[in-house]
Design a binder for this molecule. Structure first.
Ligand code: ZN
Length: 505
């Protein structure tokens, strides 16, 4: 006779297997599948996901959880608590609403593609309206402490509230807008040498070498090409990355690969005892993004990092970069320029793109902004925050796919991750005073070990807020990011305003 926790694990293992099989098919779809496979693949995925959903919402699982709830080991207690929450959420949203959302977003995606092609927001507007209505229904089904947006945000960032996000973003905006204005008035560094053609194979080989040095384990992973870079895990022993290559702009593939490796190392670092359970995942999208941003920006765009790797890069690409000074290279990869497109934004302007999306989707959901007025509100916001007004909706409100997917409450996690990365890195510099020297020597083991211990190994056993508080002694706040930006970019640009002392939220 199985013990209660063994019976629970057997049951949850079947759900994990179905989800891992679906993730493998999705990975294949984005990397190697021929176009002819599309229709059958959609069917296969829908079958597997439905089977996993049925197992998750079956009453048999409720009983297994109740029986295992009396177990006295902490791991089983965490497993029961987190799974109960997943089950509750899955059971709260009626199947008809789930189907309507799937249908609505499939149609919205098509309309969004057409709207982008023809630059006509009106083509997308009725679909967005429908998805907002469905999201309001979903929020009501899930329940919330203060307002509907809380329910949606909680899906991506468990435990986070709209009020906290709004507070943190207010202090962030107050300091970033004048910083961006001060930088925009100054000459931009020359980065023409980054636009020389470099072979795809050589770019990929360099990225591979670096992420292996960082600690990404290729015996438990691989790197492939896809249109949109991502990372995905099928188990703790198989965590894959993808990247894309622009032959005439080396940073696209390099920083993309380092970014995804940050996500990948998080999942490779989860305690193996959590494998094949719902705990074997990142604890929130914000914390996941903090890991990618930490390696991409705090490590990969630092002076210390390039004091080690620039000579290696020059050796690999002597014709293109042999005559470039390291300092010029460092300035070029850290060029700040207010731009229209979020995914191309530098680390100073990036959070402003995200804050604008948060404010707009929050107002749309609360019906204080009408869908018809969205493009103008977008353009006005861009002008306020970045001093740039998009000439077309394609370069404005139609640029991201998230709203067409029906994902409301997702955007803030990008900026939350940026702030968490800075907060964690500030603590790392305190706990590991030699971290910069280690990075300059190409030794990333102490840094990775810190992240493994404080963040990775826990999986979903603790929330992002709990991990942050345990690791740094404070809840999420904007001050570490603002100090980081001021110190780094104050050395690259003149007369940056001092960061406001942002209150902890
Ligand atoms: Zn990411």
């Amino acid at each position: 006779m199985e013990t209660p926790d063994a019976a629970l694990r057997t049951y949850l293992g079947r759900i994990a297997d179905l989800n891992a099989a679906a993730a493998t098919l999705e990975w294949d779809q984005e990397t190697y599948m021929p176009p002819g496979g599309q229709a059958a693949r959609a069917q296969q995925l829908s079958t597997l996901r439905a089977m996993a959903h049925d197992l998750l919402t079956d009453h048999a699982l409720v009983e297994l959880l109740d029986t295992a709830a009396s177990a006295d080991d902490p791991l089983t207690a965490d497993l029961v608590r987190v799974t109960q929450r997943d089950v509750e959420k899955a059971r709260q949203v009626p199947t008809t609403l789930v189907q309507e959302m799937a249908q609505g977003s499939a149609e919205a995606k098509e309309a969004w593609r057409k709207a982008r092609e023809t630059d006509t927001f009106a083509t997308f507007a009725p679909h967005l309206q429908r998805l907002l209505d469905l999201n309001r229904q979903k929020a009501e089904a899930l329940g919330y402490p203060d307002e509907p947006y809380d329910a949606l945000l909680d899906i991506y960032e468990p435990g986070m509230t709209t009020a906290t996000v709004a507070d943190v973003f207010t202090s962030l905006r107050a300091a970033l807008v004048p910083t961006v204005e001060a930088i925009a008035d100054q000459p931009t560094p020359d980065d023409a040498f980054l636009h020389q053609p470099l072979s795809e194979d050589a770019q990929l080989a360099f990225g591979r070498t670096v992420v292996e040095d960082l600690g990404y384990d290729f015996s438990r992973g691989r790197l492939d090409l896809s249109t949109h870079p991502f990372s995905t895990a099928f188990s703790i022993g198989d965590v894959r990355l993808t990247t894309r290559v622009a032959e005439d702009f080396f940073p696209t593939s390099f920083f993309g690969t380092v970014h995804e490796a940050g996500h990948g190392m998080y999942e490779q670092g989860i305690d193996e005892a959590l494998d094949r359970t719902p705990l074997a995942d990142g604890t929130s999208l914000g914390m996941h993004e903090s890991q990618s941003r930490l390696w991409e920006n705090h490590v990969g765009r630092s002076r210390a990092f390039w004091s080690h790797y620039f000579p290696v890069l020059q050796q690999r690409f002597p014709d293109a970069l042999g005559g470039t000074a390291r300092d010029a290279f460092y300035r070029a990869i850290n060029k700040v320029e207010p731009s229209l497109i979020r995914v191309e934004a530098d680390e100073v302007t990036y959070p402003l793109h995200v804050m604008l999306r948060f404010e707009l989707e929050h107002a749309l959901l609360n019906e204080t902004l009408a869908v018809a007025d969205l493009p103008e509100a977008w353009n006005a916001g861009m002008e306020d925050y970045l001093g740039r007004r998009p000439p077309t909706d394609r370069e404005g409100v139609l640029q991201d796919i998230h709203w067409a997917l029906g994902a409301i409450g997702y955007f803030p996690t990008y900026a939350l991750g940026t702030l968490m990365a800075a907060q964690l890195f500030q603590q790392i510099e305190h706990d590991l005073p030699d971290v910069e020297a280690h990075i300059a020597n190409g030794d990333f083991a102490p840094l990775l070990e810190w992240l493994r211990t404080k963040i990775h190994r826990w999986g979903r056993r603790r929330t992002a807020q709990e991990l942050l508080e345990d690791a740094t002694g404070a809840g999420l706040h904007a001050a570490p990011f603002l100090h980081y930006i001021h110190a780094k970019y104050g050395a690259l640009y003149d007369d940056l305003p001092a960061p406001e002392a942002a209150p902890a939220a």
